[in-house]
Design a protein around this ligand. Structure first.
Ligand SMILES: Cc1cc2nc3c(=O)[nH]c(=O)nc-3n(C[C@H](O)[C@H](O)[C@H](O)COP(=O)(O)O)c2cc1C
Length: 359
């Protein structure tokens, strides 16, 4: 009974617009965040998501060791652009001093905030104690965060998970302790490290952190949001200040516009037509070439290009052309062919790119 009442109160409360602020960064009511994703959220993809209404974007995670060694790959990920503000640079690492140094290097690149990754589940990172591995050493996690907050003048935020495994879901404690050392916002992915990306994200603990009267920083919920209704439910049922979307943005950067429209009006927007998708795929390609040059720009577009047209009938040979061509002009020709061949296809039934745990 009490639980039902509190959900109802939460729904009521969330109807009143709340201006969310991360430190002094104004984000308006119910901000939408593009999740940091390695090999996905490069500048060209961030450009697309920003264009369709992402309120905050992040770089891919950057190794602290790479940053302080001047490794070219890590330094290249520091490139950020004015149109994408507010933008966060995300760093990860297992040792305090290199992380503090990396935070300073990241700050010099001019982002709006520094995000610490305490959530990456990848074995070679987590078992060394970085990413989600830090959830097994809370004192070190807190000390690292405290030192980084002290070392930079930008707001510092953290992205993490519910805990290491089912028996150690310590996010409520972690959230309080990280807030106490000065983080400006916390993003929680509703899985443990042991779950990797399997099963369904559990938002109940995210809601618990948000409802904790000790907490006053923005709490951003993350995990399995793949529709406008899903995002609206996350705000209404769990009271989060922001929602972060990762995999559902593949081939669908317009999901931010869909969600915003639904939150504002309660209506669902139609899915973009094939011709519209072709135009935005061309724009995405042009941005990729601009930021990465022809060779890398084409290679890195491959994973995105096929997603824009997922679900089109008899698409396989065309898909193959799109993901094997090296010449941008050839890709554009193939995209023109897509517009011509499938231009009138009804996209209403096109299933959005499935999440990786669903395939
Ligand atoms: C390909 C891929 C790369 C990712 N890279 C990062 C990363 O660099 N930093 C990070 O904090 N999380 C990373 N994540 C996790 C996402 O940010 C997000 O927490 C997770 O995908 C759950 O959200 P979703 O269900 O909306 O996808 C990555 C996830 C995927 C699928």
């Amino acid at each position: 009974m009490l639980a039902i009442l509190s959900v109802k109160i939460a729904i009521f409360v969330r109807k009143i617009p709340i201006d969310v602020k991360i430190a002094n960064i104004e984000l308006g009511d119910k901000p939408l965040f593009l999740a940091p994703m390695e090999d996905v959220t490069d500048p060209s993809f961030r450009f697309m998501c920003k264009r369709y209404g992402a309120d905050v974007v992040y770089t891919e995670f950057i190794s602290s060791d790479g940053l302080i060694r001047d490794a070219a790959k890590s330094l290249a990920k520091l490139n950020i652009y004015d149109y994408e503000r507010p933008v966060g640079i995300q760093i990860y690492g297992h040792e305090i001093e290199p992380m503090v140094e990396a935070a300073r290097v990241a700050e010099a690149a001019g982002p709006d905030l520094i995000d610490i990754n305490f959530g990456c589940p990848v074995r070679k990172i987590a078992t060394r104690g970085a990413g989600s591995g830090m959830m097994r050493d809370v004192p070190k996690m807190v000390e690292m965060t405290r030192r980084i907050v002290e070392a930079v003048s930008l707001p510092v935020t953290v992205k993490t998970r519910l805990g290491w495994d089912e028996d150690s879901k310590n996010i409520v404690e972690i959230a309080e302790r990280l807030q106490d050392v000065g983080i400006a916002a916390l993003t929680i992915h509703g899985r443990t490290r042991a779950q990797l990306y399997r099963g369904e994200a559990d938002w109940t603990l995210i809601g618990e952190v948000k409802r904790n009267p000790r907490m006053h920083i923005p709490i951003i919920g993350n995990g399995d949001i793949a529709s406008a209704q899903g995002a609206a439910r996350a705000f209404a049922e769990y009271g989060v200040d922001g929602v972060m979307i990762g995999r559902a943005t593949y081939g669908r950067p317009w999901i931010f516009r869909e969600i915003r429209h639904y939150l504002d009006t309660g209506e669902l927007l139609p899915q973009p037509t094939v011709r519209e998708r072709v135009e935005l795929a061309k724009l995405h390609l042009a941005k990729s070439l601009e930021f990465k040059g022809e060779k890398v720009g084409v290679l890195e577009m491959r994973r995105h290009l096929s997603c824009y047209f997922k679900g089109l009938p008899d698409f396989k040979p065309t898909r193959l052309k799109l993901v094997t061509a090296n010449d941008p002009a050839e890709i554009v020709d193939t995209l023109d062919y897509v517009a011509q061949r499938w231009g009138d296809f009804d996209t209403a039934g096109l299933v959005p790119a499935p999440l990786s745990h669903e395939v």
